[in-house]
Design a binder for this molecule. Structure first.
Ligand code: ZN
Length: 328
């Protein structure tokens, strides 16, 4: 078979340039073959285009469907968590919102332990003595707060897990009651803050209140180790204020150790983002208060990463909070 036949057959219905030099019978054979090839090429192309179109439509439908399924799964996992929690409406003192005085809640140690074992690995890892101490502090903390749930129904996990976050953060410290913040507002989702500007919030600390979006608070428990925990973040703001801006329940060891954190924090500010190390968000580097709050989140959520990247800062935080999450 001559070489240019191959070229010809690759010509997709085009007659080869040598056709004029061929004998008549061969020319006719070639032209017949060209016609045949043109038709094949046409049908082949049409088939390919049709196939591609059908493929595009198929994958578009598949993408839409899988997106829908993912969203539904997200919703289902969210509602599965909700259904798994313990509803409680009885005892609320208001009909507009559910308001609970913490000293009337009287959660037994068994109820608290069941909730903590289910949701808080930090508690599960404690030895029996420290578990008792944790429960005692938790009951005391809850009794000192008022919980305002801005929804038609609430869960027992709301006061328990929010308070447990405060106990976890200060478990190595002597003073943990946070009396300046006697009201904790719980919103189902993001809420609007008006001071100093109108903005949408997942959590904040304002006046005598700690305000949290329950949806975002729960994500701190659903996705441990991602460095995000709005509960720890807001508690860090609250304790800083309590220890430095009030005269009540001030933990003197914390106050004495804080300058060292400040000192290493400044070094982290300089180092962060260089040599490919990025641990903090841009928001954390915008001001020192946010740096402190995000440091607490990272300390509990990503202790190994903090220790590797900023060992001095990690040790300083261990001293400041008198605990080491990597040893729990
Ligand atoms: Zn903050």
């Amino acid at each position: 078979m001559p070489q240019d036949t191959t070229i010809y057959w690759d010509g997709k219905g085009q007659a080869p340039p040598i056709i004029d030099s061929l004998p008549l019978y061969q020319r006719q054979l070639v032209l017949q073959a060209v016609d045949q090839k043109s038709w094949e090429s046409y049908t082949q192309h049409t088939f390919v285009y049709l196939f591609l179109c059908l493929g595009f439509i198929f994958f578009s439908i598949l993408a839409l469907y899988s997106n829908k399924v993912t969203k539904r799964r997200e919703r289902e996992s969210q509602s599965a968590i909700d259904h798994d929690l313990n509803l409680f409406n009885e005892g609320a003192t208001s009909t507009q919102v559910l308001t609970y005085a913490g000293n009337t809640l009287n959660f037994t140690a068994n109820i608290l332990i069941a909730i903590l074992l289910k949701h808080l690995p930090y508690f599960t890892a404690l030895n029996p003595f420290d578990r008792d101490r944790f429960i005692h502090r938790l009951q005391n903390f809850i009794a000192h707060k008022t919980f305002v749930i801005h929804d038609e129904s609430g869960f027992k996990e709301m006061p328990v897990l929010i308070s447990a976050t405060a106990i976890q953060l200060t478990f190595g410290l002597e003073k943990y009651l946070l009396p300046n913040f006697n009201v904790i507002h719980i919103f189902p989702e993001e809420f609007i803050g008006v001071h100093p500007t109108i903005r949408i919030l997942e959590g904040n600390v304002s006046g005598n209140t700690i305000n949290l979006s329950w949806k975002h608070f729960l994500q701190g428990f659903q996705f441990p180790g991602d460095g995000l925990h709005v509960g720890l973040h807001e508690m860090a703001h609250a304790y800083y204020f309590q220890y430095f801006e009030t005269n009540e329940q001030v933990d003197t060891n914390f106050v004495a150790a804080f300058p060292a954190f400040n000192n290493y924090g400044n070094k982290v500010f300089e180092q962060e983002g260089k040599d490919g190390f990025i641990l903090y968000s841009g928001y954390a580097l915008s001001n020192f208060q946010e740096f402190w709050a995000e440091s607490v989140e990272l300390f509990f959520e990503k202790p190994a990463a903090v220790k590797i990247q900023y060992p001095e800062l990690y040790l300083t935080m261990c001293k400041l909070l008198n605990q080491d999450p990597m040893l729990v």
